[in-house]
Write a protein that binds this ligand. Structure first.
Ligand SMILES: C[C@H](O)CC(=O)SCCNC(=O)CCNC(=O)[C@H](O)C(C)(C)COP(=O)(O)OP(=O)(O)OC[C@H]1O[C@@H](n2cnc3c(N)ncnc32)[C@H](O)[C@@H]1OP(=O)(O)O
Length: 723
């Protein structure tokens, strides 16, 4: 449902009309808001008692930009749209910017997308130091459409504007002032007053009356501009070769520089309209809402529970995962107690956290001072004494059931009865972990992805005994440490690893049948994956991959393809990137290159499996290969939904994007699958299962939806949550 919203106008005795954008929660610019803004403006222009105008947003937020909830209506043609360029040219340029009375934007909180574009059409901008200003439209598959491609380069210069637009990077008040985007930074309680005075001073010609669209002093010379744009095009293609809209954006900016800003505005309006209807935009908007929906869990977050305050966190194990989790927590100001079993391990763990932070200092993301303050939040211990007042414990020791059972029994003795007891296990049944305790209601999975301080996903695993309060508490911690949480049920591999497993499995199967390792990886990266399945296996290491395979074989024996290829390589101490040799060989700089030697292992694997390569596989297109690798992933995702492990399909879209690196512009695994259709997927899997075995057999969820013509993402009313 598109929001409505309005603007309110109040005219003060000083002759300043203050127009306030009101459209909670982020004062987005719906068509209603924009029309109301235009009406208020026209009133202010015609009233004799108004000398100048201030635009601001209600409740400390200027505006989060064009109303994204309205995109769907526009795309489906259900919402009638104004004529091309109406908002950008008629309203924002010819009504606001060209007005005969000056306007000043008073910006607190957000000024994003269309919000910043309205502000840039004002004749000056005042903001607070915490204001967040940016043009993040590219993240939604569109370009700025209210003049941002023209005004931002003219206010801050081409290089800075390209950085902000192409990387969707917003900036805070001080930086905005330094680069020339705003004219002054003031405390929040002086914001509107300063803007009023400023607007009057412009009216009285005591301050310059600047129309951003016609500024030229910040623009580089045409020659320099062309070089900068050429570089930007190359970068954009390197980052995401499948995406068109960044290149369109650069073309639009260039048009303004070469043919003048008005021509730029026209090209912007036309391109905006085309991009808004694109699949990329639809997919990225889907991802935007899917990401926000992950923290809405029926039966948990709709109970009115308030998250309890977590003041101190205990972490068990300072290995790669434990130290990464500790880093993530202290970075968000949580005091952390890190426990290890001996001085040596403890020192290594503490050093790892230190190194994680130091790397941020080296990259200029953290000052030395902040480094010291952050590190001071970490305390290393060897016993449980200081666990008595922690509110949350995250266990991150090796995957050993009896060790974990002992740890949880100990925790129950030492920690307060309200303390949340979380495990970072990636596979072990949580019920098993808590079997020696009476605390099953506060036992939960907090499954981070490595490196935990970098990867954005947090899988929150609840058993049927975990209390909703504990899930709400963990969702809150997840938000505070800036992770995207998905709440899932308890099973081997949970949601993300269960979906990830068939990715490598099908690739291994097709290699046994004759497909080339590197061809598979190339097809996957061309599709948009950061790495193909074999490069990922090298990164994870064959030891872990083979051990995980065993667990899956135990849990899902009916559908595991028993490849021995990695075990054969392991026998020769060829274990992936860590040993410099896996499916690829690695040089001193860890650069991967194909290694013809792997053929001997592949041939051995085929012989041992008694498989004769199928020549028809050699003729497959990249698209066929991608489907062969991903349709088994879709099949498993359907099982995960059918079993109630995931609550909704869009959660799996987010899990695939943040956990597996599935390209967001394809909307996530289930959204992409629906673009192919359940019937098509089912038929392909059926055909492969005849040729290559049960691994491909479509599950009942998929078969049923294919038969009934229901999309895979549609909410399953019959799905019984197994939680
Ligand atoms: C023509 C123009 O050039 C085109 C545009 O302007 S396109 C829009 C450009 N703007 C954006 O891309 C901003 C998108 N929004 C965001 O990045 C973030 O929501 C934010 C930084 C504004 C706020 O983040 P945060 O405080 O974490 O809150 P978040 O949960 O994301 O959002 C709060 C609510 O506002 C909604 N919302 C945020 N921005 C919105 C927007 N532009 N339109 C409609 N709803 C929006 C969210 O969907 C969410 O709704 P919910 O509570 O029902 O789930």
């Amino acid at each position: 449902m598109a929001s409505q919203g309005r603007t309110d106008m109040e005219v003060g005795s000083d002759g300043v009309a203050v127009i306030t954008i009101v459209n909670p929660p982020v004062n987005s610019l719906s068509l209603d808001v924009l029309m109301s803004l235009k009406d208020n403006y026209e009133q202010a222009l015609s009233r004799d008692d108004v000398k100048a105008i201030v635009i601001t947003g209600a409740k400390g937020k200027f505006s989060g930009g064009f109303d994204i909830t309205a995109f769907g209506g526009v795309q489906s043609g259900k919402t009638v749209q104004p004529k091309d360029g109406y908002i950008s040219i008629d309203v924002i340029t010819d009504t606001l910017e060209a007005a005969r009375k000056p306007s000043v934007a008073a910006i607190d909180g957000l000024a994003l997308g269309g919000g910043l574009e309205v502000a840039m059409a004002c004749h000056a901008r005042i903001c607070t130091s915490t204001a967040q200003l940016g043009l993040p439209e590219l993240q939604l598959g569109i370009i700025p459409g209210f003049g941002g491609t023209q005004r931002l380069p003219r206010l801050v210069g081409l290089t800075k504007a390209l950085e902000m637009i192409l990387l969707s990077k917003s900036i805070k008040g001080e930086e905005a002032h330094n680069v020339g985007l705003v004219d002054a930074v003031v405390p929040p309680d002086e914001l509107v007053e300063t803007a009023r005075r400023w607007a009057l001073e412009i009216a009285e010609c005591r301050k310059p009356w600047i129309k951003s669209l016609y500024k030229t002093d910040k623009l580089e010379s045409l020659g320099d501009a062309r070089e900068i744009l050429k570089f930007a095009r190359a970068q954009a293609q390197k980052q995401a070769a499948n995406l068109q809209h960044p290149l369109v954006c650069i073309d639009v900016i260039e048009e303004g520089i070469v043919s003048g800003p008005r021509a730029g505005l026209w090209k912007e309006a036309q391109s905006f309209k085309i991009l808004l209807a694109s699949d990329t935009c639809k997919n990225l908007v889907h991802v935007f809402f899917a990401q926000r929906a992950t923290s809405k869990v029926p039966g948990v977050t709709d109970l009115g529970l308030v998250p309890r305050k977590i003041t101190k966190v205990g972490i068990l194990g300072g290995g790669l995962m434990g130290s990464g989790i500790a880093t993530a927590l202290i970075l968000s100001n949580y005091p952390v107690i890190l426990k290890e079993v001996n001085e040596n391990f403890l020192k290594s763990g503490m050093d790892r956290v230190k190194a994680n932070l130091q790397s941020r200092v080296r990259k200029g993301k953290m000052t030395e001072d902040k480094f010291e303050r952050t590190l001071s939040l970490l305390t290393g211990v060897l016993d449980y004494e200081s666990f008595r007042d922690v509110d949350l414990v995250i266990e991150a020791v090796i995957e050993n059931v009896s060790l974990k059972q002992q740890i949880f029994a100990d925790l129950e003795k030492y920690c307060s009865p309200n303390c949340i007891l979380a495990s970072n296990t990636s596979t072990i049944d949580l019920n098993l972990i808590g079997v020696k305790t009476m605390s099953q209601d506060r036992i939960v999975g907090a499954h981070f992805f490595s490196p935990a301080h970098v990867m954005p996903l947090l899988e929150i695993v609840r058993t049927h005994k975990t209390s909703p309060q504990v899930v709400v508490d963990l969702l809150d911690v997840g938000k505070k440490i800036r992770k995207t949480p998905i709440v899932v049920g308890n099973c081997t591999g949970f949601a993300v690893n269960r979906m990830f497993f068939p990715y490598t499995q099908s690739a291994l199967l097709f290699v046994d049948y004759g497909l080339d390792v590197y061809k598979i990886d190339r097809a996957c990266t061309k599709f948009g994956m950061p790495m193909g399945p074999f490069r990922v296996a090298d990164l994870v290491g064959f030891g872990v991959a083979v051990a995980t395979g065993m667990q899956y074989l135990e849990s899902f024996p009916d559908r595991v393809y028993k490849s021995i290829l990695m075990s054969l390589m392991l026998e020769d101490k060829r274990a992936g990137e860590a040993t410099r040799k896996g499916f690829y060989k690695y040089d001193d700089k860890r650069k991967a290159s194909p290694d013809p030697e792997i053929m001997k292992y592949i041939e051995k694997s085929r012989n041992m499996a008694g498989i004769t390569p199928k020549p028809e596989l050699l003729k497959l297109s990249d698209n066929d290969i991608v489907q062969m690798v991903f349709l088994p992933v879709v099949n498993e995702a359907c099982r995960v939904l059918e079993e109630g492990i995931a609550v909704k399909a869009s959660d799996l879209d987010i899990a695939s994007i943040f956990g597996m690196g599935f390209p967001p512009y394809r909307g996530g695994i289930m959204h992409w699958a629906d673009s192919l259709g359940a019937k098509y997927i089912c038929e392909r899997l059926e055909a492969w299962s005849k040729g290559y075995g049960d691994f491909f057999k479509p599950c009942s969820y998929l078969k049923e939806r294919a038969a009934k013509g229901i999309s895979l993402s549609a909410q399953a009313s019959q799905a019984k949550a197994r939680l």
